[in-house]
Design a protein around this ligand. Structure first.
Ligand code: URP
Ligand code: ZN
Ligand code: ZN
Length: 476
């Protein structure tokens, strides 16, 4: 099967030019002006942006958490991703305390067998329990044999998945040996646990207390602690879902000093603030995710950090719980509301509209934040994260003029609300292609479950080559 994408504005993290892209089977094989080739399918991309498929490195699909399980299946969650222009995601495989890492990995593989994905997927390993010493060997094995090349640690959620500093540091030391990237959820879980218990004892049970009991300084402290411990262990560190100035500051210092520490933020932190938690009739529970929505002034700090390179990636932390029946588990106690929000379908449209169209950064930077940087951090580049000869033909034809209103009534996730309900955007994916196969066209999913594959990722700092013998070069 061959596809010719004609006359689009091809935008990568580095380039921006008009041209044609020829795809044979799964791979980009030719890029040039007015290519004279026969193709089985021709896509007219004139007036459109042609960008690499976006990569979401932070999702929680079919994730048992907070006494319930996220509502998207691997099929529905990845379909929603595809509609939004995301062609690969990396999800958190989470060790159940007391069980082995191997059992967790087998469980996550079983999930993608049962509900097959329509985009490509990889797994991070979230370590919650190192009490069995053989898990240290397992940390090496999953990197070498399973292509799971990033370790995640929660510094919060005490009594559930939180680890202490000893575990955190030992995993960092092991990452130094194995070449994995360490990821942290950075909040001081001990202090938060005290504050939550005090609030509940005082009868402060409404959703707004979720934010009040996890103040920005708890995120700032843990972010700095993780950065310093990673320096000590000489391990690379990636701080997930940075939400506030207190956490940006230590990352900015690390970037300036050229320490191996980086950070991502998520779409919601750029738009939702702490006042959303105070909506009446328990509506505020929709915005219970962790870290919580922050005071509004943090949003400009986040945009600035994204445009100056202090923050490196925008992910979604897609962790969808229905409001009705799941969020309502905590109607009388905010600490029982499952933590997490949806957003996998909206990310690219939101960032294009409010990041690029509103002049906060360039199209190249958008591609870098949503595709190229996640590909590089998580061992997918240059197979993914760019448009180049030899790379996977994961391509989004994006119509910069298409208008959409974001809404739960039209999105493709199974979740019953949308964090950005009613937001109007200009610019949306028109055709989405995964390894040369069109998976979304004319607002229809045209791929079967199983179109997506599990991807074994390269170690941090190493490349995942494209098609054999080809190097990623761009012919403009
Ligand atoms: O509230 C959130 N973010 N839920 C998912 C787990 C995590 O902390 O990323
Ligand atoms: Zn987290
Ligand atoms: Zn998360």
């Amino acid at each position: 099967m061959s596809v010719l994408i004609k006359g689009g504005r091809i935008v990568t993290a580095a380039d921006d030019y008009s041209g044609d892209i020829f795809v044979e089977d799964e791979t980009v094989t030719l890029i040039g002006r007015s290519l004279d080739v026969q193709a089985d399918k021709v896509i007219d991309a004139s007036g459109k942006y042609v960008i690499p498929g976006c990569i979401d490195p932070h999702t929680h699909i079919e994730f048992p958490f907070g006494g319930t399980t996220t509502i998207d299946t691997w099929t529905s969650g990845t379909a929603a991703a595809a509609f939004g222009g995301t062609t690969s995601l990396v999800d958190f495989c989470v060790q159940t305390p007391g069980d082995s890492l191997a059992a967790a990995l087998a469980d996550w593989h079983r999930k993608i067998e049962n509900n097959k994905p329509v985009i490509d997927v990889g797994f991070h390993m979230a370590i919650t329990d190192l009490s069995d010493p053989s898990q240290m060997d397992e940390l090496r094995r999953i990197v070498e044999e399973e292509g799971v090349t990033s370790y995640k640690l929660f510094m919060a959620y005490k009594g559930a998945v939180m680890v202490d500093d000893e575990t955190l540091f030992k995993v960092m030391q092991q990452a130094h040996e194995t070449g994995a990237l360490v990821m942290v959820h950075a909040e001081n879980g001990d202090a938060i646990d005290v504050l939550v218990k005090q609030a509940i004892a005082e009868g402060k049970t409404e959703p707004k207390w979720h934010a009040a009991t996890r103040p920005p300084v708890t995120e700032g402290e843990a972010t700095n602690r993780a950065i310093q411990l990673a320096r000590l262990a000489d391990a690379p560190l990636y701080v997930v879902h940075v939400s506030c100035k207190e956490a940006i500051d230590p990352i900015a210092r690390a970037r300036e000093a050229d320490w191996r520490a980086w950070g991502e933020t998520c779409t919601q932190y750029l738009f939702i603030d702490e006042t959303h938690l105070d909506q009446p009739d328990f509506e505020g529970a929709k915005y219970i995710y962790t870290p919580p929505p922050r005071p509004k002034e943090n949003q400009e700090h986040l945009w600035h950090a994204l445009s100056t390179g202090v923050l490196s990636v925008i992910s979604t932390d897609h962790c969808p719980f229905n409001w009705d029946g799941q969020k309502t588990l905590g109607r009388d106690d905010f600490s029982k509301i499952p933590n997490g929000g949806p957003g996998i379908e909206d990310r690219v449209m939101m960032i294009h509209n409010f990041g690029v169209r509103q002049g906060r950064f360039s199209l190249n930077r958008m591609v870098e934040l949503l595709s190229t940087a996640p590909a590089r951090f998580f061992g997918l580049y240059p197979r993914k994260g760019t448009i180049a000869v030899g790379s996977d033909a994961d391509i989004v034809v994006f119509d910069p003029e298409k208008r959409k209103t974001l809404s739960a009534s039209t999105h493709h996730s199974l979740v019953d609300y949308n964090l950005f309900e009613g937001t109007e955007v200009t610019g949306a994916p028109e055709v989405v292609m995964l390894r040369g196969q069109v998976i979304v066209e004319n607002d229809e999913l045209v791929a079967e479950p199983g179109a997506g594959q599990f991807v074994r990722r390269a170690r941090f700092g190493e490349e995942l080559p494209g098609s054999p013998g080809q190097r990623p070069i761009t012919v403009g």
